[in-house]
Write a protein that binds this ligand. Structure first.
Ligand code: COA
Length: 379
């Protein structure tokens, strides 16, 4: 029996705070005109002080669960693609698992730069179609504003914060994630990186004063890589399922630069209507860009049941990936009031249960200590 991994839920979250190009031009040597002309970006959303990658991802995940009408306890797997986790460890996916009350889910983070969401989608879809799991939550979430050097005009104009999520569920009907392709070329790792904070350059007074905790990028080289990779990955994933770019209803490219998106569209001979872009409103949100775009495209009615969609990304690593999806779900009706109440209650209980578990763990550690001390005395 052939199994398929269907997209049954989707959600997004972007912080309320918006930074426009004009506002940015007051602090760095740039202009709205330059940014729009060279990148297509008009503004970006930035996390408030109390927002983190996990907190934004939780909002996106809750929305996706609502759309799927799914109890989080039924999730088997949570994958979070991010380059800006809340901590090096524990994984941000585990923080989300706890907050959602997804008590039966395995959870891990995935690092593949801006291609991370497509990597996560591919891993989850393959686990589902292999019969290992029934339901997976795949999230792309970033707080890039925390690793951007706000005095470097070459990079700070590009990035924004946000989160997007999808729920994949196994089914026997044909459709869902039909195929995916993933790739990497580590020889280009130095083109886009965060130099310090890992085992090579641990955080130190020196690493901070040398400014090594900010994104470093060779923009022109990354640009060339992207223009080459996006159309190639799109063609490859379509060929895997015996289709071609002419069969596409919508391309969801990683939102990095409008000129990259247009070059990819031209190479694939796609019309502007067949390519989704929200760069103007969000900038580059790295691993969050594709799920946010996917979610907005569905909400705007640009993706309908039966449509063929390709999500394609590139990013740090260097990495790239594409996934071909046959959409099978219509937009659901808004959640009825009683279900909204149930949802709030569920998340309240998840928080409560998490606290109880923490207290129980502390107490049991205390008892074990007393027990051990007692045994030592006996000896
Ligand atoms: C970064 C990027 C927008 C720069 O655009 P570009 O057309 O390649 O611009 P260049 O790097 O050639 O710079 C052209 C000039 O503009 C200047 N410039 C760079 N950023 C500027 C800014 N924000 N405002 C004004 N001028 C700027 C440069 O200093 C340079 O000046 P110079 O010629 O006097 O040295 C573009 O290369 C890009 O989008 N690359 C891909 C980046 C990306 O996608 N990263 C994320 C990957 S997931």
């Amino acid at each position: 029996m052939t199994l398929y991994a269907h997209v049954v839920g989707w959600g997004k979250y972007v912080p309320r705070h918006v930074l426009t190009n004009d506002e940015l031009a007051r602090t760095v040597d740039t202009t709205d005109e330059w940014i729009r002309e060279r990148t297509g970006i008009g503004q970006r959303h930035l996390a408030e002080d109390d927002e983190t990658t996990a907190s934004m991802a939780i909002q996106a995940a809750r929305q996706a669960l609502d759309v799927a009408r799914l109890n989080p306890a039924r999730l088997d797997l949570i994958i979070v693609a991010t380059a800006t986790p809340d901590h090096v460890f524990p994984a941000t996916a585990c923080l989300i698992q706890d907050a959602l009350g997804a008590s039966h889910a395995a959870a891990f983070d995935l690092s593949a730069g801006c291609s991370g969401f497509v990597y996560g989608l591919s891993v989850a879809a393959n686990l589902l179609t292999a019969g290992a799991y029934q339901t997976a939550l795949v999230i792309g979430a970033e707080t890039l504003s925390r690793i951007v050097n706000w005095t470097d005009r070459n990079t700070c104009v590009l990035f924004g914060d946000g989160a997007g999520a999808v729920i994949l569920q196994v089914g026997e009907n044909e459709g869902g994630v039909l195929a995916s392709v993933l790739g990497a070329d580590g020889s280009g790792g130095d083109l886009l990186r965060l130099p310090a904070g890992g085992s090579k350059i641990p955080t130190s007074h020196r690493s901070v004063t040398d400014g090594l905790h900010f994104i470093e990028m060779e923009g022109r080289q990354v640009f060339r890589f992207a223009v080459r990779t996006m159309p190639a990955a799109t063609r490859e994933v379509l060929a895997k399922v015996g289709l071609s770019p002419t069969d596409l209803d919508l391309l969801i490219p990683h939102q990095a630069n409008q000129r990259i998106i247009e070059a990819a569209a031209k190479s694939l001979e796609l019309s502007a209507e067949t390519v989704y872009s929200n760069l103007e409103r969000h900038g580059n949100t790295s691993a969050a860009s594709i799920p946010i775009a996917l979610c907005e495209a569905v909400e705007e009615g640009r993706i309908q049941p039966g449509n063929l969609v390709v999500a394609v990304g590139f990013g740090a690593g260097l990495t790239w990936g594409a996934a071909a999806i046959r959409w099978t779900r219509p937009l659901p009706a808004p959640l009825p009031r009683w279900q909204q109440f149930l949802r709030r209650l569920r998340y309240f209980l998840a928080r409560f249960r998490s606290r109880v578990r923490r207290v129980r763990r502390r107490l049991s550690a205390h008892w074990v200590r007393d027990d051990l001390n007692g045994r030592e005395k006996d000896v």
